[in-house]
Design a protein around this ligand. Structure first.
Ligand SMILES: [Zn+2]
Length: 434
């Protein structure tokens, strides 16, 4: 049984009563957290990692991304969502193949692991190639095949996205003792119609699969739906059973007060993606109001094409800041609230609350270690404040998932980054951008 002991570390447990425990000893055995104590366990013979000057916390959880789009980083900036999608993103995506997707996924996963992410929720296509990258790198993921439908003609048995979803469910769901999960997905209200919503919603509910949807991201989308159906996206999707299972609604920038009540009632999780929403000028999601309604709000980066980073520490800081500025209330989203979005709430949104998101005995050892001896983290009056307002993804010196070290001191244990770079330079970038 492989054992690792973090000694003398500041442990950010995310426990409700004592979220930070200084000078702690965190024992990991066989992929699980065994104990968090004030003294080293007796007769310990495994590997000891010196945690003095370091902070150990639950791995971060990214609840909304499209990881292969990492290859589009910096390709089209400073456009609104519709222009950005239709003039720049869709034409390049039309040239994608599985090989490009796999390389993009490996690059995105490398970036995620190196900046402290241990689990992510993704919506895209060529999912087998994403899943192969997830499987070999050791990260956790909830993967969904985004579906869309632009015609009245629809058959659940032959619709390409639905066929894909069912096959992925059969072949991949629960792989590696649940490290990999498949979810259902409807890309968005404005890219589909009720036939698809009813069929995918029913399949997800019947099979206990999660659901992943873009919701009320832009004003145009939100108001267009009201004009077309006389109902908001949240309400019309509800009418067709889309929220009859654990669901993640990404963005929710333009949701109304009744929408929020509905999402709360149906237990829908919201993925807040503040950097992407700011960059595409979509607006600011009403996160303090969502939290006040008791809605579980998690955090996501959205794709790197609209972010342009997978560093969740940027997202945490932005989430803590923009709601203060927008509301005039410096306590609108506190440092602890912001950290919860990326840990405890993320785990809940992924259906993994009993598995990760905190440091507690019995949970998976999905942990990250940050070097707090760096100039921008000194002095440290408050660990939570430094994590939210001063830390960066590059302060992460170790990332482990289920006790397996995936990244340590700048080196990956499961990713050959040089090989990924060569694949990008020799195949992917020439194919997509000529
Ligand atoms: Zn998205």
């Amino acid at each position: 049984m492989e054992q690792i002991l973090f000694s003398g570390v500041s442990a950010v447990t995310m426990d409700e009563d004592v979220p930070v425990r200084p000078d702690s000893f965190v024992l990991v055995s066989d992929g699980k957290i065994v104990s968090v104590s004030d003294a080293p366990p007796p007769d310990f013979t495994g590997e000891t990692i010196d945690g003095r000057g370091k902070v150990l916390m639950p791995g971060l959880i990214n609840c909304h991304t499209h990881i292969p789009m990492t290859i589009l980083r910096g390709y089209a900036d400073d456009y609104d969502l519709q222009t950005w999608l239709t003039k720049y993103i869709f034409p390049v995506e039309a040239k994608l193949d599985g090989r490009c997707v796999r390389a993009g996924a490996l690059l995105g996963i490398a970036e995620a692991i190196a900046s402290g992410t241990t689990s992510f929720t993704d919506m895209y296509y060529f999912c087998d190639d994403i899943l192969a990258a997830v499987e070999e790198t050791g990260i956790k993921a909830n993967i969904s095949r985004g579906t869309s439908l632009f015609t009245e003609d629809f058959s659940f048995d032959s619709h390409e996205g639905c066929v894909d979803m069912r096959r992925l469910h059969r072949e991949w769901h629960g792989r590696d003792f649940g490290r990999i999960r498949i979810e259902a997905s409807i890309h968005a209200e404005y890219t589909s119609n009720p036939r698809l919503w009813a069929a995918v919603g029913e399949y997800a509910a019947d099979n206990g699969l999660g659901m992943h949807v873009h919701l009320s991201e832009t004003r145009k989308e939100h108001e267009g739906c009201v004009a077309k159906y006389g109902a908001t996206p949240a309400a019309i999707l509800d009418r067709y059973g889309v929220w009859n299972t654990r669901a993640v609604a990404a963005h929710c920038v333009w949701v109304t007060e009744p929408d929020m009540d509905l999402l709360a009632e149906r237990g829908v999780n919201v993925s807040h993606n503040p950097v992407s929403n700011l960059k595409l000028a979509s607006g600011i999601a009403p996160v303090p109001a969502l939290l006040a309604k008791g809605i579980n709000v998690a955090l996501g980066t959205d794709s790197v094409a609209s972010n342009n980073s997978h560093d969740l520490f940027e997202e945490i800081k932005t989430a803590a800041l923009i709601h203060k500025g927008a509301s005039g209330n410096p306590r609108a989203v506190s440092a602890l609230d912001a950290l919860r979005l990326a840990t405890v709430n993320g785990a809940r949104a992924q259906g993994r609350a009993g598995e990760c998101g905190r440091i507690a005995p019995g949970l998976d050892a999905d942990l990250i270690l940050l070097d707090f001896d760096r100039p921008h983290l000194v002095p440290c009056h408050n660990v939570l404040s430094n994590l939210v307002y001063s830390a960066r993804g590059s302060d992460v010196v170790l990332t482990m998932v289920r006790g397996r070290i995936l990244y340590r001191d700048g080196a990956f244990t499961t990713i050959d980054l040089g090989k990924v770079r060569r694949e990008l330079d020799e195949y992917v970038l020439p194919r997509l951008f000529g």
